[in-house]
Design a binder for this molecule. Structure first.
Ligand code: ATP
Ligand code: MG
Length: 161
């Protein structure tokens, strides 16, 4: 669960277009390494999948159109310069189902894990992660709040500054 005793550091960005959110995702991607976990939080249409597209493109997947909310399959894997595991916990009651599909191997594995609706399964995610909360401010404006839990993710926040 990310809201724990580990040291946290926060930063908030504003995006005024889909392109800006994608660009932000690419910038973040450049700072990611195998084993990193990104917990995405925000209402329907907040921009979680859009941000994921930017991260995935930034990790070397040429066509970001392959990125779609994995609502029915629960997880999609993309092959970038490192593997990317894209989860969507929207329709889950809790995280047990995530464990059933072997999420631990993906989350504690050789790639980057991105989890949409992470607040629904927070108890099943590592204590240390990068939590990104997207909020719709107006039709085209989104607030992107990034919280790094643990020293690895505090460093990412510093590098984003
Ligand atoms: N600045 C912005 N950044 C991201 N998306 C934006 C922005 N402005 C408008 N949008 C629109 O908001 C929507 C974001 O959709 P997206 O699928 O990324 O959201 P989501 O959080 O993944 O939703 P869901 O919970 O349904 O999976 C898109 O229709 C996009 O065009
Ligand atoms: Mg989505």
């Amino acid at each position: 669960m990310y809201s724990s005793a580990v040291k946290e550091k926060k930063l908030t960005f504003k995006s005024t277009s889909v392109d800006e959110t994608i660009r932000f995702g690419k910038r973040l991607a450049a700072l990611l390494s195998p084993g990193d976990v990104i917990a995405l939080v925000g209402e329907l249409g907040a921009g979680k999948t859009t941000l994921t597209k930017g991260i995935v493109e930034g990790l070397g997947v040429l066509d970001r159109r392959v990125v779609k909310s994995p609502t029915f399959s629960l997880v999609h894997k993309y092959e970038g310069c490192i593997p990317i595991y894209h989860f969507d916990a929207y329709r889950l009651e809790d995280g047990e189902e995530m464990l059933d599909i072997g999420s631990d191997e993906m989350i504690y594995g050789n790639g980057v894990a991105i989890v949409e609706w992470a607040d629904k399964v927070s108890g099943y995610l590592p204590k240390e992660c990068l939590k990104i909360t997207l909020t719709a401010v107006s039709e085209n404006e989104r607030s992107i709040e990034i919280c790094g839990y643990g020293s690895r993710y505090n460093k990412i926040i510093n590098d984003l500054l």
